[in-house]
Write a protein that binds this ligand. Structure first.
Ligand code: GN1
Ligand code: MG
Length: 375
């Protein structure tokens, strides 16, 4: 077996760099991420710990030492806060890194690749698509609590692992440059999508404007709150938030919107049949309930008002990113078919269209949930 040119021997030798002293039964590719490569290391002793080995994509995350510093800081803060909560279990509710034999948080190999290892949280599951209201509610709780636990962490300590990650102005500039360059001659295939995006640039800049005006506070947020970044236990209770490489300063509404993007959609992020894309309002309501329950302690009234703007912005910005990558020749996101990034962009823009139609209804649900919690 080989994974992206990696032989089993190579992986075994990588694993030997870390403080793992158990016999390994198997090492297999794991998960559905678009950026890093992840392998599950299974212990031959079923009662012993399993691990996740990850190669950090250093073309996407240009400064891995900075990223790992952020990660240590954030994990340390989360664990410290969880230790103070009666009944909480910091070991199961946050990720735990395994150090290298030289006491480092990551290992750099001779080819310049960066590797790290986490403890695998056995008995947990994650879903690409939400199936029940309970799952949506638990997802909301998990990300709300995540933001709440980090709300007292000094934003200046956490550095940008990808500058301007959710800065819509910067993303639109990048799209325009890519259109102008038209490196692979695909612009002619996407003219309606470009028009759709351009018509909405002002509306989609409102959160940034609120931030600039000083009425929306910058917080430490997750920045990749797809539903499959929450691990649920066997009873579908939220257990642990994962994929912390983009934890950076941002606005709470970005995380809310990015979760809703995957939760409210009745189809997959890259659904080719656009007719299948619709809104599941009960799941939205359940997520909002779980999220606001945890976030009510730190969210300002303006913060609550900004949430609906995040719901529209995140699928839009995601479409801009997919389309940019498509026009650039698919260098950023892993693709599984030749026009995958276009298919993803079209699906996300269809979702924006549906969300625009139901915007008022969704806003009323947020406000009603918030008011009920205030009483
Ligand atoms: C990437 O690798 P994954 O699936 O966790 C991307 C996110 C996108 C997501 C779209 C660092 O996340 O921003 O929302 O794909 N991560 C990065 O599915 O760009
Ligand atoms: Mg991610």
């Amino acid at each position: 077996m080989s994974h992206n040119n990696l032989t089993d021997n190579h992986i075994v030798s990588l694993v030997s760099k870390f403080k793992i002293d158990t016999e390994i039964a198997s090492i297999k590719p794991f998960g559905s991420g678009h950026i890093n490569d992840t392998y599950r290391i299974t212990n031959s002793d079923p009662n012993g710990p399993d691990y996740l080995l990850q190669r950090i994509n250093h073309h996407v995350f240009r400064d891995v030492p900075l990223l790992m510093n952020n990660l240590l800081l954030v994990l340390g803060h989360l664990k410290k806060k969880l230790e103070l909560i009666p009944g909480a279990n910091p070991e199961n509710e946050t990720l735990t890194l395994v150090e290298t034999r030289n006491n480092q948080a990551y290992f750099k190999d001779d080819d310049g690749n960066f590797w790290r290892v986490f403890h695998f949280l056995k008995g947990t599951k994650c879903y690409d698509l939400v199936e029940t209201e309970k799952q949506a509610f638990e997802g909301g709780k998990a990300f709300g609590r995540f933001q709440a636990l980090l709300s007292d962490l000094d934003t200046s300590l956490v550095k940008d692992t990808i500058p301007n990650f959710h800065h819509i102005g910067s993303r639109l500039n990048k799209l325009q440059q890519t259109i102008d360059a038209d490196a692979v001659g695909r612009v002619k295939l996407v003219l309606p999508e470009i028009d759709f995006i351009k018509l909405r640039t002002d509306k989609m800049s409102e959160i940034l404007a609120m931030g600039k005006a000083g009425i929306l506070p910058l917080r430490i947020i997750h920045n990749d709150t797809k539903f499959n970044n929450v691990l649920l236990d066997s009873d579908d209770n939220a257990q642990c938030v994962i994929d912390l490489d983009t934890v950076m300063p941002g606005y709470a509404a970005y995380d809310f919107g990015d979760s809703i993007r995957t939760i409210i959609n009745t189809a997959a992020e890259d659904e080719p049949d656009l007719n299948k894309i619709g809104l599941n309002i009960p799941l939205f309501e359940a997520y909002a309930q779980g999220y606001l329950q945890e976030a009510i302690g730190f969210l300002t009234e303006t913060g609550v008002d900004s949430l609906i703007k995040g719901v529209l912005l995140l699928p839009y910005i995601q479409a801009v990113r997919f389309l940019t990558d498509y026009l650039d020749g698919d260098h950023y996101f892993k693709i599984h078919t030749p026009h995958h990034n276009l298919q993803r962009a079209k699906a996300q823009l269809t979702l924006v269209k549906k969300l625009e139609k139901s915007q008022e209804e969704l806003q009323q649900i947020i406000l009603k949930t918030y008011r009920n919690l205030q009483q």
